[in-house]
Design a protein around this ligand. Structure first.
Ligand code: SF4
Length: 293
């Protein structure tokens, strides 16, 4: 017993503080591709290297539209390796979850010369729709959590065809480092007990009906989080005979969490963001402990 106490004191506190503000990934983490659109001279190289089509280039006469879709990105770093001028680099920062699919897409317009080299940035980069900074979103999340999480939040995880990469990261949410339960959030076995569905994987045809039935079985108000590139867009699997499509092709999605797989911090951030999409509990119907009155 004494040894256990001694060991605990030696280890100290390992749980991370603010999951949004204290992001500190391990040294081996590959990172997130970041694009210096003004310095980018030839997006075709990155587009050719991208295995999922997350970077698209559309030329029309002397102009070019470049789009980067973080919902398709698997964070492999191929684009950074393919761009010799360093306009693309892997940064040690998270791509934050988004409330709208379009918020994960950046686009820019260029003037190009006869060799297809980008000579001037005409406009952008712009997000698909208006998006606040990570600090603004974080502040809004904290307010929503205060307002709504006067009770615990129950999540049903649905694997709609995932490779299990996302599940490994989801498991990490319960370890002492991330300690999801300190926020009053826990996973449940039945959708009938859930406030939120967290869906991973491209939706396979075999699991489409199961996903739909799970969504129908979850009582209102409910929120849906699509986790990982596959859940957002089909990811590396894309669309094929066995895949029905992205999660929002089957059920409405409230929050999109990019990554392949998303880091636990991203998942936690996405879950907290989705809390804001749940209607506040009706006065008098639930106690702070979550008991029906
Ligand atoms: S990091 Fe993303 S955008 Fe870059 S090549 Fe890989 S999948 Fe494509």
């Amino acid at each position: 017993m004494l040894n256990i106490l001694r060991q605990s004191l030696r280890t100290g506190l390992v749980t991370i503080g603010d999951p949004i503000g204290s992001f500190n990934p391990p040294p081996a983490w590959r990172g997130t591709p970041r694009f210096d659109f003004a310095a980018w001279r030839d997006a075709r190289l990155a587009a050719a290297a991208c295995p999922t089509g997350a970077i698209t280039v559309l030329d029309s006469g002397a102009s070019r539209t470049v789009k980067v879709d973080y919902g398709l990105c698997i964070f492999c770093g191929g684009c950074a390796d393919a761009c010799p001028e360093g306009a693309v680099r892997m940064a040690r920062e998270l791509e934050p979850p988004a409330l709208r699919r379009g918020d994960l897409v950046l686009s820019a317009e260029y003037e190009i010369n006869s060799n297809g080299v980008q000579t001037r940035l005409l406009s952008g980069p712009a997000r698909g729709s208006a998006s606040g900074s990570i600090e603004e979103t974080g502040a809004a999340v904290r307010q929503a959590v205060h307002r709504i999480l006067g009770r615990s939040l129950a999540i049903r995880e649905v694997d709609a065809g995932s490779c299990n990469g996302c599940e490994v990261e989801l498991h990490a949410l319960n370890n002492p480092l991330y300690d999801l339960e300190r926020f009053g959030i826990h996973f449940v076995a039945s959708p009938r007990h859930a406030d939120m569905l967290l869906v991973t994987g491209p939706v396979t045809r075999n699991l489409e009906l199961a996903l739909l039935k799970t969504w129908r079985a979850t009582p209102d108000p409910k929120a849906v989080v699509a986790a990982g590139a596959c859940g957002i867009s089909g990811g590396i699997f894309g669309l094929n005979y066995a895949v029905r499509g992205a999660v929002d092709d089957v059920i409405p999605v409230d929050v999109y969490v990019p990554g392949c797989p998303p880091r636990p911090e991203s998942l936690l951030y996405g879950i907290l963001l989705a809390v804001g999409r749940l209607a506040p509990p009706r006065e008098g119907l639930r106690t702070a402990a979550g008991q029906e009155e």
